[in-house]
Write a protein that binds this ligand. Sequence first.
Ligand code: WT7
Length: 666
Amino acid sequence: MGEPSPPKSPVVVEAHEVATFQPPEKMFAKHPSKPHLSGLEEYQQLYKESITEPNKFWGRLARELLTWHKDFQTVHSGSLASGDNAWFLEGELNASYNCIDRHAFKDPNKVAIIYEADEPGQGRNVTYGELLREVSKLAHVLTNMGVRKGDTVAIYLPMIPEAVVALLACSRIGAVHSVVFAGFSADSLRDRVIDGGSKVVITTDEGKRGGKLIGTKKIVDEALKQCPDVGHVVVFKRTGADIPMKPGRDFWWHEEVEKWPAYIPPTPVNSEDPLFLLYTSGSTGKPKGVMHTTGGYLLGAAATGKYVFDIHDSDRYFCGGDVGWITGHTYVVYAPLLLGVSTVVFEGTPAYPNFSRYWDIIEEHKVTQFYVAPTALRLLKRAGDQHVRNEMKHLRVLGSVGEPIAAEVWKWYYEVVGKEKAQIVDTYWQTETGSNAITPLAGVTPTKPGCATLPFFGIEPAIVDPVSGEEIHGNDVEGVLAFKQPWPSMARTVWGAHKRYLDTYLHVYKGLYFTGDGAGRDHEGFYWIRGRVDDVVNVSGHRLSTAEIEAALIEHASVAEAAVVGVADELTGQAVNAFVAVKNGVETSDALRKEFILQVRRSIGPFAAPKAVYIVADLPKTRSGKIMRRILRKILAGEEDQLGDISTLSDPSVVEKIIDVVHEAK
Ligand code: WT7
């Protein structure tokens, strides 16, 4: 597609004093050929086509990047206003065929999965040929358990190759996978199994992460006490722990797969048939089962893998995200496998056995693209540059995802990790967008530290005035971020709650998709993501709803009321702080505070635990009973002098008491 960009000066300082970084020249020098696009101009041309002639653009890409069992005639139908978007309507395809078979036929010995176990040196490689056999066998097992096209299977697995096998085995028979992050509690797992209508659960005896054991099967057993519709549990033996197996319900993975042949034909599904559900937090207490469909989602994954990460045939791609979240779905599993490259499945943590773990993996496996959340980078930056001695000379692309990346962390990533020879792509997207939405394209887009830069193909951003709901045109503007056109990998619904889908995303600003984030467009038309404008907090790149944590706290017998707010945190981006008003007669104590934290761990999962709990006499409420979280945020930020008018509170004197409690704790 043309020649690589001519060398450009690496750093240009703008009048606004934000440095612009051109794709580093040294990245081109180590490129296996050249980037898929010749430069910014070609991006602009294609982008224009994707917006003005989306059917032509996406029709072409869908046929180029995916293999269809039956071709489609209609590229797109529906609209954002009516919430009935559908893509590649008559088309039929199979996700696992696209991720495995077509590559296995070409070269069965090519490595599909590079498994890095929690303990260094204990991993293994899985080739495309092996992957086809393992997926086929598990697909037989699921079929034998009664799983049919359209049925939901819950997956509660750590980051092991079998997690990839499980997702693809579901898709091979047209079943819908519903992965639940293996850090969720039994209660959260139960809610998701019930809401998704899962009939089978796939798990391990135990998990192992950062040298610690996680009792996955035990949590599944606990959750399933209240899930009468789950008839079968498949258990992969990861550690060999002695665990109870319920006869007739629980089956060992290794015993079952032995019974079945190593090939099963893929079941073609309609492009709009669901591929998976993935639960995510919203601004209310109940998690949403975001539904993605097959054709559109796969196209988004393949297209962003190709153009954002500039994936080429010989690449080895390492996304540090967990398969329990969307990042793991799209960039550990689907994007790299659709493009037929090797993907690293990493079971451990960046700090185990030491702070060089990521860099050792990158060095050992000659990783070409690395993708991780800023929270991990902050931890590693703080640990010290001495841990980043590795040369990592194959790295071309360094991705960031999940939260804004501070300029100094961005620069550290670029200089210390990338040695100024790899491009940073700060990718903005969401569970609901399915794939990267606003992001630089590696080798193509100039970048600015902390800036998500320009929209991906088909994404037409609007900056909207949150009060009037009007689009704000021009550059140098701030507002909330919305998208004006549908795109193939957008979520189609919230499982069993389509009205909630419409109300949350499509009816906030009629005719637009509302992201829930604030954003600015700078003087050059580049986008800067400012963070959520709703009651969603972002802790270490994990999305948490304050309402959900409040609901968990209120379950405790001593709690009368609770208010949860997100506060800035050096390491985790935001941290959860809880204000709890206890019932009359309950004694305040440290032990009680610990109980409240435990309550959240038990109800949601350890990652949602409040960092601080303040036990107060009462919460600041309006006369109509609405909790004024804004006041609590100000107090925590030490801005007690900027509380504004508190006379509208039903009892303004509670504020003084809360300030005392916070001061005492600090
Ligand atoms: C929210 C989506 C899909 C990625 C993993 C998180 C925030 C995501 C960025 C970024 C600033 C970002 C937004 C978004 N976010 N990427 N590059 N810069 N903020 O997925 O759990 O669905 O959360 O993460 O607030 O709305 P998620």
